[in-house]
Design a protein around this ligand. Structure first.
Ligand code: ADP
Ligand code: MG
Length: 693
């Protein structure tokens, strides 16, 4: 059974271990960037530090060993007829055979200065090499715009480039889209589109692929959305026929719940709780998204629902995005639930052996009715007695598979997802089929005002002055540094450096702590604990605090490089201050030279505190492609599409999906069968609540 004619058995095995079983699946791994290696440079024109392509002949070469003899070093001298250049490769012994004296090659690599006895010389280090052919065959790694890939198993970018090229040349490539769609949309065929994406002919094509704006890229965006919409419609139909166990409305239970509340519900909370309880008491599973600004009282809604489920004899689980957050929710819920005689469990990945065993036993026997935790809640070995309600906080932090796995632990449990990211209702519906949406659009009373100001480096001294005054009055100050995944180490360093500087400089003598994503949960907990006890006044943190941590005494938050955050995210961050009835301060620091656009964008936050308005402004100012909230919101299942950017394409895909169910999309049965087979495979990654997913 070979699926690839052009690859070796070994290559095929490695690919299949990485979930790639067909030419199409391989080609769907798009390059994440391109390198322009078209213009070969004259050797004499190369300067130190630059990446250059050189077309040159090997004059001489020799293999030697490094001092300790462990690493083979291949050295060569190459010439382009006018100048000579040294080339060195470390630890790539096979190159000794591949690079021959007298032959011409493309070399692509970085030129650097290397110290020698007489002074220094320029050399290329570990360049890619490819033999120059004048037989008209294309070269793959040089003399063109070349694709750069993320690793797949042990395959690096060069092997992948070779394989992609071979597969494109030699294999049959399946075309799943119905011919009627291809025709009316004018999409390029699969092979043509793949070729352009992997080996674009010029920089315009390469840029268009990266921006997903070329026809070649659009067709894959469409494919993905089309498949998603069909799946979503199928799920919607399926869910309508599903049965759930109703949690009956019982006046006695209602009384108990009301008495346990420390305050009166807002009008919005009452309305939302009615919506939730109507769902829960029906025999169809709830599938509801609760939106509401930070501090609007979502968590309270979750607590009430969980307590109700528990008092009615069912189990309820609350899944938080981080351990720290889970712990905080646990503390708050314990307090409220205690009055009702409920004792919640806490289950984290870091929960140790004995405690863990106890909780697992409690969940299995049904002794524990409520549990709070992270994704550890649905790892293997966790069994529930009668789980009937699952609450997912900030659901975008969870992968689809994790959600599916948790849903699979209960027999059709009711699901309540909560998010502070405002997303237009129409988009939510398009993405989630028949998901119901509730909105908490009213803040609880006594909410303190947060004064927001956009500032730059020039004001740093004044801000520090102000921060000291805040701390002198016993309130806390938080500094937040952006942390983006690709650059985690560097961002962490920035926060750590600032921390050191503050402790020795402007904030000398104020108890300070550093909080970042790489810390162990127990270390984070210690920091949070010292914040709660107000033993720490100054907290320097990477964005780990972003999602909903309750810091009642923070009087001021300073966000560094604020232009690197989305507005919605900044809005969430400033929700960290000004609780507990006192005025809070939020300073948005811009870098040295903020663009006019980014300052204008940040000013929106000075002017309004309405989360939905802020999201809309973000959309207007940055363009749909940058709506950070939407991007992080439950859409991680897309590889090519970006719901914020591709709203029109989503609508198109939805219209075609409707046509798919109505009939009339295919020219014949064979085309239909081929499409349906493809759809079964490609929709797998989307399945939201498939059992055992
Ligand atoms: P969210 O989860 O939406 O950020 P929370 O449920 O954590 O909001 O509520 C934020 C704060 O407001 C909490 O301290 C909570 O106890 C308090 N709170 C919630 N609802 C009310 C209400 N109706 N009246 C007064 N305070 C409330
Ligand atoms: Mg919350």
């Amino acid at each position: 059974m070979t699926s690839f004619r052009s690859l070796t058995a070994r290559q095929e095995t490695i690919l299949s271990k990485n979930g790639i079983g067909s030419p199409r699946e391989l080609l769907l791994n798009f390059p994440f960037r391109y390198e322009d290696r078209r213009n070969a440079k004259a050797v004499a024109a190369i300067t130190a530090g630059e990446w250059a392509t050189v077309l040159a002949t090997v004059l001489d070469k020799k293999m030697r060993r490094s001092f300790r003899g462990r690493v083979g070093i291949l050295e060569a001298v190459i010439t382009d007829g006018r100048g000579n250049l040294h080339v060195v490769w470390f630890n790539q012994p096979w190159l000794d055979r591949a690079v021959e004296k007298g032959k011409m090659y493309y070399f692509f690599g970085r030129a650097s200065l290397f110290p020698t006895r007489g002074g220094q010389r320029l050399q290329l280090e570990n360049p890619d090499v490819e033999e120059f052919r004048d037989d008209g065959r294309e070269s793959i790694h040089a003399g063109r715009i070349v694709p750069v890939y993320r690793k797949i198993g042990s395959f690096g970018t060069k092997s992948l480039r070779t394989m992609m090229h071979k597969v494109l040349q030699k294999e049959d490539i399946e075309e799943p889209l119905p011919s009627s769609v291809m025709k009316s949309e004018g999409f390029p065929g699969a092979r043509e589109a793949f070729s352009e994406i992997h080996f674009p002919g010029d920089e315009k094509a390469a840029a268009a692929c990266s921006a997903r704006s070329s026809g070649a890229a659009r067709r894959f965006v469409f494919e993905e959305l089309f498949s998603f919409e069909i799946m979503a419609m199928e799920e919607a139909v399926r869910r309508r026929t599903e049965k759930a166990r109703p949690i009956r409305k019982d006046p006695a239970v209602g009384d108990l719940l009301r008495k346990s509340l420390p305050f009166a519900l807002t009008g919005a909370q009452k309305r939302v709780f009615r919506e939730i309880s109507d769902d829960l008491s029906s025999d169809r599973p709830m599938y509801r998204l609760l939106q509401g600004d930070v501090g609007s009282g979502k968590t309270m809604m979750a607590f009430l629902s969980m307590a109700w489920a528990a008092l009615s004899g069912f189990q309820a689980a609350y899944m938080a995005p981080t351990e720290t957050l889970a712990f905080q929710v646990f503390l708050r819920f314990s307090e409220m639930a205690g009055k009702l005689g409920l004792k919640p469990g806490l289950l984290l990945s870091s929960t140790r052996a004995a405690g863990r065993k106890d909780i697992l036993a409690g969940l299995k026997s049904g002794r524990l009715r409520t549990v709070i935790g992270t994704h550890a809640l649905f790892q293997e070995g966790v069994e529930y007695d009668n789980l009937n309600l699952v609450v997912i906080d900030e659901q975008h932090r969870f992968g689809v598979r994790q959600r599916a796995a948790l849903a699979a632990k209960g027999v059709n449990p009711h699901l309540l997802a909560m998010t502070a990211t405002p997303i237009p209702r129409s988009l939510a519906l398009t993405l989630y089929g028949d998901l119901d949406v509730s909105a908490l659009d009213e803040l609880p009373p006594n909410r303190a005002e947060v004064v927001t100001a956009v500032r730059n480096e020039n004001s740093r001294d004044k801000i520090e002055d102000f921060a000291r005054r805040i701390m002198d009055s016993g309130k806390q100050v938080i500094y937040v540094f952006p942390q983006i995944e690709e650059n985690e180490a560097m961002d962490l360093q920035a926060a750590a450096n600032a921390f050191d500087r503050y402790r020795l400089g402007p904030y000398r003598g104020y108890p300070a702590a550093l909080l970042h994503g790489r810390m162990k949960p127990s270390e984070k907990e210690q920091v949070m604990d010292s914040m709660r006890r107000r033993e720490t006044l100054l907290l320097v943190a990477t964005t780990v605090v972003e999602v909903g941590i309750d810091l009642p005494r923070a009087g001021m938050i300073v966000v560094e490089n604020a232009e690197r955050f989305g507005l919605a995210q900044l809005h969430q961050l400033r929700g960290r201050v000004g609780r507990g009835g006192e005025k809070g301060y939020c300073v948005l620091m811009t870098g040295k030279e903020p663009s006019k656009l980014s300052s204008e964008r940040l000013r929106v936050l000075e002017e309004t505190s309405d989360g939905f308005k802020i999201a809309e402004e973000d959309l207007r100012l940055r363009g749909a492609g940058e709506l950070a909230g939407v991007r992080q919101w439950g859409v991680s299942q897309f590889v090519f599409a970006d719901p914020a950017r591709d709203l029109r394409m989503i609508e198109k895909a939805r219209a075609y999906a409707e046509k798919f169910f109505k009939g009339g999309l295919f020219v014949n049965e064979a085309e239909k069968a081929k499409f349906e087979e493809w759809q079964r495979e490609s929709a797998k990654k989307f399945r939201l609540f498939s059992r055992g997913g």
